[in-house]
Design a binder for this molecule. Structure first.
Ligand code: ZN
Length: 495
């Protein structure tokens, strides 16, 4: 399932963890004012590969996006080093020098030296001045148990839990409050069930903090030429999404399912020349943060199903709220055109929503929505007809029926003439525009791809085509395609 991508790349890594290499996890070194933990990863790679081999891909592991003290992506990194064996692959370039990685490796004998080098890097590049930055790193000869990753991506983990998960196999350095140790350990605990890749490019240090120069048309061209990539360009809002807006060293990042296409995709983007680039294996776009069965709890991301019980209402600020079952669900203003879809829902529609649970106000912040079925909506176009007097009856008030003004005959409310109202949406999945999605949210583009792969696999096996994950499409076979089209149609601003 996780084997996606070409043979030349380490796509068959699904072995889980690799024995006999050193696992390094780092987190919480950056701040909103600059720097970036992935940049630190490139420095670490550069520093360590003088004497050691990089094993597999560096990893960028996003953790629970709802952690209150995290204002940004909540991403930790992990890299593996050792004495390389097996196939070699180029995963990046730092100032003209290629970054090579091995498929497998053995543990280096001088662990202390590795620890000292990581410490130097973390101490040099962490933003100690920022009060909310609390760096930490771990060096392990065995990765942390996978349960730590699942807790950290879906819930809230304390330092004690993180430390317990690596007891006996770790060298740990914590700075300031040391909170980064949670992400550092959790990053090593990730055993991908699903994975994507991101090639990150970085700016020359002279340019940090200045405006980025990226040619818009080349980003659109790249997006169309490389269908295995996603979240590149927001066509609905005409916006380049691959580049951050913070003063951090990142020039741009391209996400995709096939790592072998990323270098070519990167080369298609015109503009500022990157100083370095590196491909990360990541849990972005996997929906790993969605708790499968748990009841809504503040700070978690859940899936709720139910009927729309109260019609959508627009709050000051442009947020749209509707009641699903007994829970309010909100499409916030930053979700832009997605709100048009939410506004088109009505009482009785059956939906499934994925979103983060907010405590105040108690609501589900909708990330993605599946319209399972639509209620029949009717509009009254005429009063009942009295066949005896050949005239229309008159209403006796709201829900009180009708009476013929001639013969005084009575008619129930339901006797009026109704027509079916054409709905402005159809069943299927919908998501916010590219620029308004969360790092961990699985884009519909990936869901469709998985569906297509599953269908192809079952037809190759001679089975009757069936949907492997029923919940993905709700009612209709491959209804996703239609839904995504209609989402675009719905959300395009009026000319
Ligand atoms: Zn009558």
């Amino acid at each position: 399932m996780n084997v996606r991508g070409s043979d030349g790349y380490f796509s068959s890594f699904g072995l889980g963890w690799l024995p006999m290499v050193l696992w390094i996890g780092v987190d919480d070194t950056d701040s909103l004012q600059g720097m970036c933990t992935t940049f630190l990863a490139t420095e670490l790679v550069s520093e360590l590969t003088d004497d050691y081999d990089l094993i597999g891909y560096p990893r960028l592991v996003r953790l629970n996006p709802n952690i209150p003290w995290k204002t940004r992506g909540n991403g930790a990194i992990s890299i593996r080093v050792g004495k390389g064996r097996g196939a070699i692959q180029t995963l990046g370039g730092i100032r003209g020098r290629p970054v090579r990685s091995h498929l497998r490796g053995d543990s280096p004998s001088d662990v202390t030296e590795v620890v000292e080098r990581v410490a130097r890097c973390v101490e040099r590049l962490s933003r100690f001045d920022d009060p909310t930055t609390n760096p930490a790193f771990v060096v392990l000869n065995k990765p942390a148990a996978p349960s730590l990753y699942w807790k950290a991506v879906r819930g809230v983990v304390g330092q004690r839990t993180a430390l317990a998960a690596v007891r006996g196999k770790a060298t740990i350095r914590r700075y300031k409050s040391g909170r980064g140790v949670i992400g550092a350990c959790a990053a090593t605990a990730w055993r991908p069930r699903d994975r994507t890749y991101e090639v990150l490019t970085y700016r020359h240090p002279d340019r940090w903090g200045t405006e980025r120069w990226i040619d818009r048309d080349s980003v659109i061209q790249m997006d169309r030429r490389f269908p295995s990539t996603f979240n590149n360009y927001d066509y609905e809002n005409d916006r380049v999404v691959i580049a951050p807006h913070s003063p951090c060293p990142v020039l741009f990042g391209i996400r995709g399912d096939d790592p072998s296409e990323l270098p070519a995709a990167m080369a298609t983007v015109k503009g500022e020349v990157p100083d370095r680039w590196l491909i990360f294996e990541t849990n972005q776009g996997t929906d790993d943060h969605v708790s499968p069965h748990s009841a809504p709890q503040a700070g978690t991301t859940v899936r709720i199903r139910g009927n729309v019980r109260l019609s959508p209402r627009v709050l000051p600020g442009g947020h749209v709220v509707l009641r699903i079952g007994d829970m309010d669900a909100t499409a916030y203003e930053p979700s832009k055109q997605f709100r048009t879809l939410v506004k088109a829902l009505g009482v009785g529609d059956r939906v499934q929503a994925i979103g983060a649970v907010r405590k105040l106000p108690w609501t589900l912040n909708i990330e993605k929505l599946n319209v399972v079925s639509l209620a029949l909506v009717q509009k009254k176009v005429g009063n009942p007809w009295c066949a005896r007097c050949l005239r229309r009856a008159k209403s006796m008030g709201h829900e009180r029926g009708y009476r013929c003004p001639g013969c005084r005959a009575r008619f129930p409310t339901s006797a009026g003439t109704f027509v079916r109202v054409e709905r402005k949406l159809e069943p299927g999945w919908y998501e916010p525009p590219v620029g308004s999605r969360r790092h961990l949210s699985k884009p519909l583009k990936r869901m469709r791809r998985e569906e297509a792969e599953a269908l192809a696999a079952s037809s190759r096996a001679g089975e009757r085509p069936r949907l492997v994950r029923r919940d993905l499409v709700g009612l209709r076979d491959l209804g996703l395609g239609t839904a995504a089209r209609s989402a675009r149609r719905l959300s395009r601003p009026a000319p």
